[in-house]
Design a protein around this ligand. Structure first.
Ligand code: PLP
Ligand code: COI
Length: 356
């Protein structure tokens, strides 16, 4: 495997004094990981270097056609001070699946993993000490050709930046109110919904703004064909508890195959809950609620962890779920998942990668 070069920084940022006020994704550490791709050399020169700006030609293809992909994962500090990652290889594997869809060359997941570990070794003091805060990790690949033709670039940059972060939603584990979007769609069959690529998020911003104006935190997307079936929320997969059973939309190519989604489904089964992955009509959710069968609703995602949904607005109706409070199943899954992620509960699944 290629050696990872290291370049020493000469100036260092002030670390946050109050970790409860960091917000999400606003601060960045002193170093980053970087490697480049060219047709002649493939992926080359993996390195941990001081955090820096990029100099780009205004014609650089990522800036015009959005040929880019990214990932999101976290580094957790255990009570004993040691650090651990949660299923990082699954993030790099998903990143290569996104790469395939976006015509970006495959990278060596061992090199990415070694680069991340080296970066974290250098930046270990940046991993927050406060429960609930983490070092958010953002691997990214961008197309670097300076050229306006619409086809795959021949040069790319892979980089990883680190951001010490608090809860994704300002309210922490407090339930969020969600607006069911019935005008715009995020993804369609055959499109790029399953890939973690900027375009999906760009397509969601306008609807998010409108929802926010109406007092909602995020948008719940429906399928792009009939606008009948539940897909996912802006940064999380969606789960409902109907008559005690956890149901979630099946993976259909238009939603992101969330690593938290997969972990929650496995954990829930392990804890003895019944789970089901299938198509869920939004009408069914409202009907279940009206008949008193909808017990809970929550989202799952790396940034959001398990995020209870207190209200869903659709078709002019604001449906209050579980009195707008976190339900017992969401709470149990949150406690168990974060317990494993922070090293307080035994990991029976082989998900945790200890760094020291
Ligand atoms: N869906 C979307 C659109 C997301 O951006 C995310 C966040 O990464 C998720 C779902 C949840 O995925 P994961 O659990 O892998 O973080
Ligand atoms: C994550 O959960 O890692 C995400 O990517 C959410 C996000 C787009 C901020």
């Amino acid at each position: 495997m290629q050696d990872i070069r290291f370049e020493q920084a000469t100036s260092f940022k002030q670390k946050p004094q109050d970790e409860s006020k960091m917000g999400f994704g606003k601060l960045f550490t002193d170093y980053m990981f970087e490697m480049d791709y060219s047709v002649e050399k493939g992926w080359h020169d993996p390195r941990v270097v001081p955090y820096h700006n990029f100099s780009m030609d205004p014609a650089t293809s990522v800036l015009h056609y959005g040929q880019e992909i990214f990932e999101g994962m976290k580094c957790y500090r255990r009570k004993d001070g040691g650090l651990q990652l949660f299923r990082p290889r699954d993030n790099f594997a998903r990143m290569n699946r996104s790469a395939e869809r976006m015509a970006i060359p495959q990278f060596d997941e061992d090199v990415a993993m070694a680069g991340l570990e080296k970066l974290l070794e250098v930046e270990k003091d940046w991993v927050p000490h406060t429960q609930g805060a983490t070092l958010y990790i953002r691997p990214t690949i961008i197309a670097m050709d300076a050229m306006l033709g619409v086809h795959a670039a021949h040069t790319y940059k892979f980089y990883i930046i680190l951001s010490p972060s608090g809860a994704y939603y300002a309210g922490g584990l407090a339930p969020v109110d969600i607006y069911v979007e019935d005008k715009y769609v995020r993804a369609v069959r055959g499109g790029i919904g399953f890939a973690k690529t900027g375009g999906n998020y760009a397509a969601s911003i306008r609807a998010g703004e409108i929802a926010e104006e109406k007092g909602y935190t995020q948008v719940l997307w429906l399928d792009g064909v009939e606008q009948k079936y539940v897909e996912e929320v802006g940064a999380m997969n969606m789960m409902f508890v109907i008559d005690g059973k956890i149901v979630t939309p099946m993976l259909n190519g238009s939603i992101l195959p969330g690593i938290t989604r997969d972990s929650i489904l496995k954990l829930a089964k392990h804890l003895g809950y019944e789970t089901e992955e299938r198509r869920i009509a939004i009408q069914e959710v409202f009907d279940a609620a009206h008949a008193g069968h909808l017990n809970e609703a929550f989202g799952t995602g790396t940034a959001a962890v398990v995020s209870p949904v207190g209200a869903l607005c659709w078709n002019g109706e604001k449906l209050i779920i579980n009195n707008g409070e976190i339900g017992p199943i969401a709470q149990k899954l949150y406690d168990t998942l974060t317990g494993i992620q922070y090293g307080e509960l035994k990991d029976d699944f082989g998900w945790v990668v200890k760094l020291n």
